[in-house]
Design a protein around this ligand. Structure first.
Ligand SMILES: Cc1ncc(COP(=O)(O)O)c(C=O)c1O
Length: 379
């Protein structure tokens, strides 16, 4: 297994210890690294899934083994997030991006909604919602390059709004809300990039959605957790594939679901449950992100964090170097240590280290050592 880096200070040679299977430290924002034991199980079951005589890749979604996979995945996600009985768990397609359309198509329909925009994904959600009704941007941090989140309890909500929507963790900018709001409003949350990284009080939300490809599994499935009364709000003339009620009535199998992605999510849920659940994930995420934030804060002004300190994400750490040239050199040198996927999103620049649940602590230590060493040499 990987161990921490042996740093040869001042020479630029931070020696990363090898990971199993000679894997890189994959800091990609998603799709991203998955737990090695989960990948091993998927490998072992690939040709013959638990005696079914075929792979999940080949199996009918109407077969008993796949129905069992789906039911177990739903049950395990319920257990992980303590999802109350009056909520349904759906596995849909189209990514979190399709939720940006389905939500206003089903729940806005010419009315008004409130959006709290703390980054690029929240902004995208507004673009789609505007096609279906009137959107109040009741908070928008664009002027400060999305470096902060507000206190959701201090905002002025429209009493006539059909719902309020926000993004718990903005993947591109690396800003994160630290808890669940307690509001009278119908609250809808995009948790794509921090679901399963902390305990969540699902009862505070009417709808939670998240693409699979960060903390849950490979791309393909989108999880939607919806309070049952919301289904009654869906208009009768909705397109079938966009109709939450129909999707729920068909247990996410109105059409062929993303079977393999659901299977992989199920394995990740099992693995997460067996390893202390979301409370353990939260502790590990804090530990991992602290290593990198400490390297930023301890660098003098060499590294500049993007997010304000109290809004820092435990999932996506974003920071800048003094110049584009140094940023390029940083990424290039990091790659020689198998630190991969660090280039920041083009809209923010700099560096983004995405450290989702499956990202190993050792990788953050290697990264922090490298950051310290690089700053010493180039600062
Ligand atoms: C917070 C957030 N919302 C939405 C999306 C869009 O997800 P998808 O690519 O699954 O449509 C992403 C993708 O990274 C994201 O991070």
């Amino acid at each position: 297994m990987a161990r921490s880096a042996a740093s040869t200070e001042g020479t630029g040679k931070t020696l990363a210890m090898s990971q199993p299977y000679d894997r890189t430290y994959n800091f990609s924002a998603g799709p991203c690294t998955l737990p090695v034991p989960v990948l091993e199980q998927a490998r072992d079951e690939l040709l013959n899934h638990q005696g079914a005589g075929m792979s999940v890749l080949e199996m009918s979604h109407r077969s008993d083994p796949f129905e069992a996979i789906l039911a177990q995945a739903q049950a395990d996600l319920r257990a992980l997030l303590s999802i109350p009985a009056n909520y349904k768990v759906l596995f849909l397609q189209g990514g979190a991006s399709l939720q940006f359309s389905m939500i206003p198509m089903c729940f806005l329909r010419g009315g008004t909604c409130d959006h709290v925009v703390t980054g690029s994904w929240g902004d995208r959600a507004v673009e789609s919602a505007c096609l279906e009704g009137c959107v109040n941007r009741i908070f928008d941090a664009k002027a400060t390059r999305y470096d902060r989140v507000p206190d959701l309890h201090s905002l002025a909500y429209d009493p006539n709004a059909a719902y309020m929507q926000f993004t718990s963790n903005e993947t591109i900018q690396g800003v994160q809300f630290k808890g669940d709001p307690s509001l009278k409003q119908t609250v809808i949350c995009d948790m794509s990039s921090d679901i399963l990284s902390r305990p969540v009080d699902v009862s505070r939300y009417a709808v939670v959605f998240a693409g699979a490809q960060k903390n849950m599994g490979p791309a393909g499935a989108t999880v939607v957790i919806m309070r049952e009364d919301m289904f009654e709000r869906v208009p009768q003339n909705m397109h079938p594939m966009l109709d939450y009620r129909l999707q729920a009535e068909n247990d996410s199998m109105y059409n062929t679901p993303p079977c393999f992605s659901i299977y992989m999510c199920g394995l990740v849920y099992r693995y997460t449950l067996a390893n202390g659940g979301v409370a353990a994930a939260q502790k590990a995420s804090r530990e991992k992100s602290d290593l990198i934030y400490r390297a930023i804060d301890g660098s003098g002004d060499f590294y500049e964090g993007h997010a304000q300190r109290d809004c820092r994400s435990t999932m996506n750490v974003t920071f800048r170097l003094p110049s584009d040239e140094l940023t390029g050199a940083f990424v290039k040198e990091a790659a020689t240590l198998k630190l991969d996927g660090l280039k920041g999103h083009r809209s923010v620049g700099g560096i983004r280290a995405s450290i989702y649940n499956a990202f190993p602590l050792e990788g953050c230590q290697v990264m922090a050592d490298f950051m310290g060493d690089f700053a010493k040499r180039k600062g």
